[in-house]
Design a protein around this ligand. Structure first.
Ligand code: NAG
Ligand code: NAG
Length: 578
């Protein structure tokens, strides 16, 4: 009821304001973020993917472009013929990707040592090829981006970096974590340090890390893994000097999440502070402008700004988009039902919980006891809040909490087990409860990878798609158990995922951002754009699993490709026949 009243109030507020500008625009550029030019070009659909236009550099100064466009608009009384609009874009913009140059990382090596851990020769050869792909994904900026930043949507970074691939030619925040893990296995710590430095610079400039390296991503972030990136880099290098130089910047980033993204939840008379994804900025996402506009056209005008803010919050979660966030409308499969900010997400809070623990350790290492104690307290409070608000003892897992309906969302998502991966749980028995949770939901029956959800909505973060980072969350979460059975399941899930990636690679000579596990494991589909090749985090996760289980994983069909319960049956049968 409270929820209804709140929505009604927002609706009335929107009506009272009576305009599309109730919230500030997604960023400042009148070309790349909002305004008539963006609107006309995107709604004319000059390019199949809206991201293309907002990635194109300007050929001349933005003022000049805007003045010329005003003249064109006036000449045609706001309905510019398509050919003229196209001609205008050709004249004033350059092809996308011009501002980035190919870059071969200086620390790239032909045969990193971990390859020797991989027993299966086919898998070893494949890992060698994945190691080669880093050279294709390396990018650096042309000097013009520094000298004329106003002509680019690209945000300048000093250091070269590795991109996801496909349409994603700039850096992305949470992708980079799994990319860095892969790079460190490939013994490329200098590249990782450069990428970390870029992120730290962004925190210094903007107070947070944007979703990706474009101005139109500025007001939203992505799952906060910067502190963990630092930890990863430190465990490989022991570079304490780098930590000392940058610890304040890590704290600054966590302050952003505390100040701009926290929410208080009251349960049984107790108040807990947790975090959510929340992006109070209006307007369609520039890189998906026509889609967001058309979706908004299905709603009353007063509800549109709210929709756009919730879509941006969905993008901030990294799960853009998923039934996970579609909790606010009559149709749970319609994207217009998106209410990301109404949920307190398990993964976000587990990541922050881990970051707080790491900060406490970092400050201890640096001898700053007061700061160490501060983060130790934050961590303890977070762990208690996770237990009180998100953990469900009966089901044996954590669940996103809906602050309006005041209840957990009991649907299956791999993110429900993130606290295991993040080490944010106090009872060692939780890992084995989580295994039972997976069995109860029949998740272990999927032989090609763990699905993103059990609902098929056509969104890309739903069934039947499977994503590399989510496999990692579950596999390395379960692997923390001391029980041999749970460990065995973790290995089996790794084997399943490696086989899917390897089989698709054998057919297509490519790695993908996601896989469809319903059709025997194929490149994934659904969502807002075509499936992309590359692919940073997919390669990272494969390398992580090959490093960890390289002595056992196999490329061919064998007993190991069966689901764990089948494996038991087969072993039993073979024992009997023996
Ligand atoms: C421009 O278009 C609007 C409506 O689209 C119309 O009312 C107006 O008369 C037009 N102006 C001119 C000068 O044609
Ligand atoms: C975070 O909050 C501060 C203070 O309210 C505000 O000035 C800043 O713009 C916010 N940052 C973002 C990215 O929204």
């Amino acid at each position: 009821m409270a929820g209804r009243i709140c929505e009604l109030a927002l609706l009335l507020l929107g009506l009272a304001l009576g305009s599309q500008e109730a919230l500030p625009p997604p960023c400042e550029s009148q070309i790349y973020c909002f305004g008539e030019l963006l609107h006309q070009v995107q709604m004319a659909k000059l390019y199949p993917d809206d991201k293309e236009f907002v990635d194109m550099p300007l050929s001349t100064a933005p003022d000049q472009v805007l003045r010329n466009f005003d003249r064109l608009v006036e000449a045609h009384n706001y309905s510019i013929p398509r050919e003229q609009l196209q001609a205008f874009v050709h004249q004033h913009f350059q092809a996308k990707g011009q501002e980035l140059q190919a870059w071969t990382p200086g620390d790239w090596k032909d045969s990193p040592k971990f390859l020797q851990k991989i027993s299966d020769p086919k898998l070893r050869a494949w890992a060698g090829q994945l190691n080669q792909i880093w050279k294709k994904l390396g990018k650096k900026m042309k000097p013009e981006v520094l000298s004329h930043p106003e002509r680019f949507s690209l945000i300048y970074s000093k250091q070269p970096f590795i991109v996801p691939g496909g349409r994603f030619v700039e850096f992305y925040y949470w992708d980079s974590y799994w990319v860095m893990e892969g790079l460190l296995l490939s013994e490329m710590a200098e590249t990782v340090k450069g990428m970390l430095q870029n992120f730290l610079d962004l925190v210094q400039t903007y107070g947070h890390i944007p979703n990706g390296g474009r101005v139109y991503y500025l007001q939203r972030s992505q799952p906060p893994l910067l502190t963990l990136m630092m930890h990863l880099y430190l465990t490989h290098t022991g570079d304490i000097a780098f930590l000392r130089e940058n610890i304040e910047t890590l704290a600054l980033e966590l302050n952003f999440w505390a100040q701009n993204r926290s929410i208080s939840v009251d349960i049984e008379g107790q108040s807990y502070v947790l975090n959510r994804y929340y992006v109070p900025y209006g307007g369609p996402r520039p890189e998906s402008y026509s889609k967001d506009t058309e979706l908004a056209d299905t709603l009353p005008e007063a509800a549109r700004e709210l929709l756009w803010a919730e879509l941006k919050a969905g993008a901030e979660s990294g799960w853009d988009f998923s039934s996970r966030w579609l909790v606010g409308g009559p149709n749970p499969n319609a994207l217009s039902s998106i209410r990301t900010s109404r949920l307190v997400p398990v993964d976000l809070n587990a990541f922050l919980c881990q970051a707080e623990a790491l900060m406490s350790t970092f400050y201890t290492t640096l001898g700053e006891q007061a700061q160490a104690a501060k983060y130790r307290n934050l961590h303890a409070q977070r762990e208690a809040a996770l237990r009180a608000v998100l953990w469900d003892e009966e089901k044996g897992a954590w669940f996103d909490y809906d602050i309006e309906n005041r209840k957990k969302n009991h649907e299956f998502y791999p993110s429900n087990l993130t606290p295991l991966w993040a080490g944010c749980f106090s009872d060692p028995g939780d890992v084995d409860k989580a295994l039972k949770y997976l069995e109860d939901n029949q998740i272990l029956n999927y032989q090609h990878g763990i699905p993103t959800s059990l609902r098929n909505t056509g969104q890309q973060w739903d069934f039947p798609n499977a994503w590399a980072p989510l496999q990692d969350l579950i596999i390395r979460g379960l692997a923390k158990s001391s029980s041999p059975r749970t460990q065995q399941v973790a290995f089996q899930l790794a084997q399943n995922w490696i086989r899917t990636n390897f089989d698709v690679y054998s057919q297509k000579s490519a790695m993908y951002e996601k896989y469809d596990i319903s059709s025997g494991g194929q490149p994934g589909g659904g969502g807002e754009y075509e499936v992309q090749e590359g692919f940073g985090w997919t390669n990272g996760v494969v390398l992580i699993l090959l490093d960890r289980y390289g002595d056992q994983l196999t490329s061919g069909t064998s007993l190991a490709s069966l689901a764990p319960h089948c494996l038991g049956v087969v072993l039993l049968l073979s024992l009997l026949s023996w």
